[in-house]
Design a protein around this ligand. Sequence first.
Ligand SMILES: C[S@@+](CC[C@H](N)C(=O)[O-])C[C@H]1O[C@@H](n2cnc3c(N)ncnc32)[C@H](O)[C@@H]1O
Length: 405
Amino acid sequence: MSDYSNLKSDSKDFHKILNSYFLKEKESNQSSYRKELSKIIFDYIIKTDDGSYTINSPDFDGKSETMHNSNGAITESFEKFVKPLKFDYSKNKEIAILDICGGFGYNSAAVIADFLEKSGGNSKIAIDMIEISLETLATALVIPSPIATHNFLKSAIESKLVDEDFAGIAIEKTEIPENIAINVHIEDARKTIIDLKDNNYDAIFFDPYSPAMAPELCSVEFFKELKRVIKDNGIIATYSASSPVRWGLIEAGFYIGEGPIFGRKSGGTIASLDINNINNSIPLDDERTIAISDAGIPFRDSNLNLTASQILNNRKKEREKARHHYKISSAVQTPLFLGKDLKDEKLKRRLIRNLNKVNISDLKSDEAYYIIEPQNRYSKESTKENNSNKRIIEMNKRLLAIIDN
Ligand SMILES: C[S@@+](CC[C@H](N)C(=O)[O-])C[C@H]1O[C@@H](n2cnc3c(N)ncnc32)[C@H](O)[C@@H]1O
C-alpha cells in the first residue's frame, strides 16, 4: 500500500463535511445533501490507475496511507482477494464470506461480480462485512461505484446507516437479489468476531491498514479467532506480506503461502488450515527472516482490547528480549547472509558480531549451514511435503538447538 503522507488532506477533513451533510439530510429529509456530497467528494478522492477512486486514511500519529492500491483499487480487489479463492460455485450451494475492514465494499463488490458471472444462478452468497468507521461507510454511498455490483453494497450500507440513524433517508434504488445477502457490522472487528459462528466462512478478506498503523487486527489472538470462524478448507486472502502477520498466522495454526502479485514485486499472503489451498511458497528471504530473526516476532493482544500503541510497544519489548537471545538480530538483514561470501569487511564484522551472540561462529560455519539447510529444498511450488511452514518451523527449531548448545 502506497504511502501518501505528503498529500495535504486526509479523510478526516472529508468526514467533517460528511457528518454535517448527513445531519442536514436527517433534519430535512431531503436527498439534495447527498447529491451535493457526491460532487464535493472529488476534492478529496484520488483516482487510481484503473479509474476507481481511493482516499487517504485518517492521520495516525503522523502516518497516513491510501485506503487502496494506487495501481488500481478495484483491480486489486479482483487480483489479490477474489482470484485466489477459485470457487466452484456449482459445488458450493452457499458461499459465506467474511470481509474484515470492508471500507467502501470494493472487495465484496468484486466477489459478488465473480459470483454472478460464474455461479449460473443456482447458489447463494452471504457476506458479513465489518467496518469500524461509520464515516467510511457513508463515504461509500457518495463515491463513484467502480463496478455495477458495488451498487448492492451501497444499498446494504445505506440500510444499515438508516437503522443506525446516521442517514436520514433511503435513496439507493438498486435492489439486492435474493441469492445475495450482505450483512454490515459497524464495529471494531475484534468485538464482532467474538459473536461469529464457528467453522462458517469459505473465505476471509483481511484488508486492514498496514500493521504499523493498525496492529490491533494483526495479533496472534485475532488470527486464532479467524481460525475458529473459518471452515477447514477456507481461505484467507490479504495484501499484507508483513513478517509479523505471516508468523502470527503460523502461530495461530494456519499454513501460509504467497498470494498473487499486483502492483508490487511480490505478492500478499494466502492462509488456510488446508495445505492443499496453498500453491506458492513465500520468498526464500522472507521465510528466513520470519523463522530466525526478531523481525518475525508477532503482535499480541491476549484479551483483544489493547490500544495500537500498547501492542506496538509490547512487540518492541519482545523483540529486544528475543534479539541475541533466541533470535538473530534482523539488523542489516543478518540472517540473509548465512552461507554467503562477503567482500565488505566492515559489514562482515558487524554480521559476525550479531551471529556470535547466538553461538554461530561465522557466515559459513557448520552451525550457519545447519540452520539454513531446510531451505536447500526450497521451491516456489508449495506442496504437502515441501512448504514454507515446514521450513520456517524447522529453521527456528535448529536455531534454538544451536543457542542451547
Ligand atoms: C485498507 S482499508 C480497507 C479497504 C476496503 N477493503 C475496501 O474495499 O474499500 C482499511 C479499513 O479498515 C477499517 N478499520 C480500521 N480498524 C478497524 C477495526 N479495528 N475493525 C474494523 N475495521 C477497521 C478502516 O476504517 C478502513 O476502512
